[in-house]
Write a protein that binds this ligand. Structure first.
Ligand code: HEC
Ligand code: HEC
Ligand code: HEC
Ligand code: HEC
Ligand code: HEC
Ligand code: HEC
Length: 401
């Protein structure tokens, strides 16, 4: 019997500490990349690979026996070289190294000692695996940071940042909301959309985007070499303070607020802690009710505060309570132009549906991304059916798409 040892250990190699069930799927995926190529003896490699994939132990044994040691060694080296080409992806690389490893153990059994080569392949595979794990861990790290409502990881210029040894940027909405209403930034400084601003230092240097405030006076500057990592910290341990509330420095928040006439009234903070909802996100309305903060509305001198003071009733068709949309609360914080006309036409006939909201439309443009999430049904469905309507407007629905 030919002991193709590598095959037996294969699943463990691909899934260290993970569910074993992933290995076969991974293998299938790997075979997709098994395009034949350049150096070495193609016929031999093809036959070897076919036998290997199909558990053809006897055929494999015959093949190895009749192939010259020299040919096999050359093929193993060719496989390694090919695997380590810079452009190869992780699955492609692991696939080729695994074939090389199987070939080497076949060789070892029928032609003689090549321990050094076997070890080299093992080392390469382990190294690749480690790198892949690190890459995935990094991705998960970013995910973790974005899980805190309103935190965005910015990495459009990943390549340029890498070149300067900079981590991607973590933009925390919540930190800024303490001092600034949405209106300060949307739409004066940023279009309220993650993919439309084309953010870059070139624009900062012209006093735009982050550079509108991060100028070294109002906030730490974008050109200050000692401060780069205050923004470029996604995936690093220092980012922790931007997705947990445990280390909030109230004195600093207060000092920053004083700089431009905002407020942070520590004495009004219930229990001295920032109030959170049951999902662990900041309860901004409670902060507002308790007059803990008082953000500024605009950086512009000619700014005119515009509020629409009415409520719009969305009658629920099912068992759930009705929904009130409070124009006043919303327009106090948010500019009309942030919602109209892109998210809602200025009518009562928008076709508002939960399913669309969950895809980021209508109320879902903000709720679930920056404002409280849809898991909090009762925060929107909070008005008993048939309760007095006073002067409320009634949403009519269904007109536009
Ligand atoms: C200090 C500036 C600032 C303030 C204040 C601010 N935002 Fe933003 N907002 C941003 C930036 C930066 C982006 C991302 C833009 C980009 O990536 O191009 C953004 C993006 C968004 C997006 C787009 C999300 C998406 O998936 O496309 C929404 C929604 C949003 N903000 C809502 C709000 C709301 C609601 C408020 C007030 C509670 C607010 N923002 C306050 C800076 C701000
Ligand atoms: C106030 C936050 C902030 C600070 C401070 C900051 N950056 Fe950035 N930087 C950004 C943002 C936002 C981007 C765009 C990220 C993206 O989407 O790719 C960026 C992008 C970059 C890029 C990509 C190319 C470009 O010009 O946009 C480089 C390189 C970079 N920063 C280097 C630095 C260096 C070096 C420093 C310190 C001298 C620094 N940054 C300080 C926020 C900041
Ligand atoms: C409207 C003004 C304004 C804009 C626009 C703005 N910031 Fe800020 N930001 C501030 C102020 C003020 C602070 C508090 C500075 C301080 O602590 O001295 C701050 C703090 C931060 C912090 C927290 C740093 C820490 O360690 O506590 C990060 C990160 C940050 N900004 C990133 C950004 C990025 C990235 C952008 C652009 C996408 C941006 N900011 C745009 C005003 C702004
Ligand atoms: C957070 C988003 C949001 C903001 C900000 C907002 N609106 Fe609206 N607006 C709505 C929604 C939702 C409706 C109802 C849509 C429906 O029923 O189909 C609406 C409806 C309207 C209507 C038709 C009903 C009515 O109230 O007469 C007008 C007019 C209007 N908005 C004007 C404004 C003006 C002016 C501002 C700024 C002062 C503003 N809106 C700010 C979301 C917003
Ligand atoms: C442009 C962003 C935006 C849109 C669109 C939006 N909201 Fe809000 N909403 C906010 C912000 C910001 C708050 C403050 C609370 C928070 O951030 O968690 C808020 C708070 C609320 C509250 C609590 C305040 C209150 O009125 O008692 C309700 C309820 C609410 N929104 C319902 C809705 C409904 C229903 C819609 C759609 C018809 C909607 N929102 C659309 C940004 C938005
Ligand atoms: C941000 C506010 C908001 C939150 C949070 C919210 N809803 Fe809604 N929901 C609405 C609005 C607005 C409507 C539209 C009412 C109508 O049909 O005119 C609606 C409609 C509905 C409808 C009627 C069918 C439909 O698709 O229009 C159901 C069912 C519903 N919601 C269930 C839920 C459940 C369950 C939750 C919690 C998991 C929830 N909603 C959370 C705002 C919200």
């Amino acid at each position: 019997m030919l002991p193709i040892v590598t095959y037996a250990v294969l699943p463990h190699r691909f899934t260290p500490g993970a569910k074993g069930g992933r290995a076969p799927a991974m293998l299938l995926l790997l075979f997709v990349f098994s395009a034949p190529c350049g150096a070495g003896d193609q016929d031999f490699r093809e036959q070897f690979t076919t036998n290997y994939k199909n558990f053809q132990f006897n055929a494999q044994q015959k093949l190895i026996k009749k192939t010259e040691a020299k040919t096999m060694q050359a093929e193993i080296h060719a496989l390694i070289a090919e695997a380590m080409e810079p452009k190869k992806t992780y699955p492609q690389r692991m696939y080729l190294l695994d074939i090389a490893s199987a070939m080497a153990s076949g060789y070892q059994h029928w032609h003689g000692d090549i321990k050094a080569l076997t070890q080299k392949i093992d080392k390469l595979m382990q190294m690749e695996l480690k790198q892949e794990e690190a890459r995935i861990a990094k991705l998960m790290h970013w995910k973790k940071e974005e899980r805190f409502l309103g935190n965005f990881v910015m990495k459009e210029h990943m390549e340029e940042m890498k070149k300067q040894n900079m981590a991607p940027v973590l933009y925390p909405h919540w930190v800024h909301r303490i001092w600034f209403e949405c209106k300060v930034c949307h739409q004066d400084i940023f279009i309220m959309n993650r993919w439309r601003n084309n953010i870059s230092h070139q624009q900062f240097d012209a006093g735009k985007q982050c550079g509108a405030c991060h100028d070294g006076t109002m906030a730490f500057g974008v050109k200050d070499k000692k401060q780069c990592n205050k923004c470029h910290l996604a995936g690093k341990t220092e980012a922790e303070k931007l997705h947990t509330l445990s280390g909030v420095n109230h004195e600093q928040i207060q000092a920053v607020a004083k700089r431009f006439g905002a407020e942070w009234n520590l004495k009004n903070l219930p229990g001295g802690n920032i109030p959170i909802d049951k999902f662990g996100f900041i309860d901004w309305l409670s902060l507002k009710r308790n007059k803990v903060f008082n953000p500024i509305h605009s950086l512009r001198k000619n700014y005119k505060h515009k509020v629409r003071s009415n409520k719009i009733l969305f009658e629920s068709k099912g068992n759930l309570d009705d929904v009130i949309f409070d124009h006043e609360i919303h327009s106090n914080w948010i500019d009309c132009s942030s919602c109209h006309p892109e998210i809602f036409l200025e009518t009562l006939t928008n076709d508002v549906k939960m399913i669309r909201m969950s895809k980021g439309k209508h109320c879902g443009y903000c709720h679930g991304k920056v404002s409280f999430t849809f898991a909090s049904c009762k925060r929107c469905h909070n008005r008993k059916k048939g309760a007095p309507r006073n002067n409320m407007l009634i949403h009519k629905g269904k007109n536009s798409e």
